[in-house]
Ligand binder design. Structure first.
Ligand SMILES: C[S@@+](CC[C@H](N)C(=O)[O-])C[C@H]1O[C@@H](n2cnc3c(N)ncnc32)[C@H](O)[C@@H]1O
Length: 259
């Protein structure tokens, strides 16, 4: 790594601390959004949600909180997940009445892309009022049909019995203290991933479905495989890294089977 790259990584980690700390619930300015794009993804345009790159967000009324700028799954990642799910569907999802459920929706961008790519209804839950309100603002501005609820994910699951074996659940809970130098421990997210998967299974009376999960690129204690014991791994998506190993995002698709 040359000194310019390591300087920019140091600047990223400093800015990340700001976004998850003092700027956590602050709506970022256009300038801050561009800075986030540059430091995380290598260019201001790299931070792009709902098809809108950071340099255009402020003028178009898109609001992003500090925490969501770090936690969100950008357009290129979300579109890759949606393409993979579409590729795995053996029947046309709209023909089987399937749904997409974005359980920890944050910006709502993953559900937005899945719904658009698969032409399916999307239901989303977000528990934090400030995140919910900014996402509601954004989805309204882009004319999205994502049905957003200010709810705990368990309450959303309680409202949505299984519709199809092609129902797809997006599982991106906060990492919090589960993310350490050893990597991401999915058994220690809040809530733990195995608990979320059990909640999904229960809400469906065991009927099969797809699950898309975001991790970082260093998994601690084999916790991804352990969380998905008994499920079928279908695909992993590894975007080109923009940060040092251990700080980038990966995505994984699983089929939860009948139990
Ligand atoms: C990692 S972020 C999700 C990022 C999102 N996928 C995106 O692309 O922006 C996790 C989100 O889950 C929300 N959350 C935390 N606990 C929740 C719960 N029990 N039910 C619903 N949402 C929750 C947090 O407020 C946060 O916005």
């Amino acid at each position: 790594m040359n000194s310019t790259t390591s300087d920019s990584h140091a600047a990223y980690f400093a800015f990340r601390d700001q976004l998850l700390g003092p700027l956590r619930t602050t709506v970022l300015t256009g300038r801050q959004l561009c800075e986030a794009g540059r430091l995380i993804y290598g260019s201001p345009e790299g931070l792009s949600l709902y098809g809108i790159p950071a340099p255009e967000m402020e003028a178009r009324g898109i609001q992003l909180l500090g925490r969501t700028a770090i936690e969100c799954s950008i357009d290129s990642y979300s579109a890759a997940v949606a393409d993979a799910v579409a590729d795995l569907c053996t029947v046309s999802p709209e023909d089987c009445g399937a749904m997409v459920v974005d359980l920890f929706c944050g910006s709502g961008n993953v559900g937005f892309h899945l719904g658009r790519r698969l032409d399916l209804p999307v239901y989303a839950s977000e528990l934090d009022l400030v995140v919910h309100d900014t996402t509601r603002n954004n989805l309204g501005l882009i004319g999205s049909t994502v049905e957003l609820h200010l709810l705990d994910y368990r309450d959303l699951l309680g409202k949505l019995p299984a519709r199809s074996d092609h129902d797809t659940y997006v599982v991106e809970p906060p990492w919090g203290s589960a993310f350490t130098a050893a990597g991401l421990d999915l058994i220690r997210t809040s809530p733990p991933v195995p608990e979320i998967l059990d909640d999904i299974r229960r809400s469906r009376d065991g009927r099969p479905c797809l699950v898309a999960i975001k991790t970082n690129d260093r998994i601690a204690h084999d916790s991804l495989a352990r969380s998905f014991t008994g499920a079928q791994h279908l695909r992993s998506i590894t975007p080109t890294p923009t940060l040092p190993h251990g700080a980038n995002m990966d995505f994984h698709l699983y089929r939860l089977g009948e139990n």
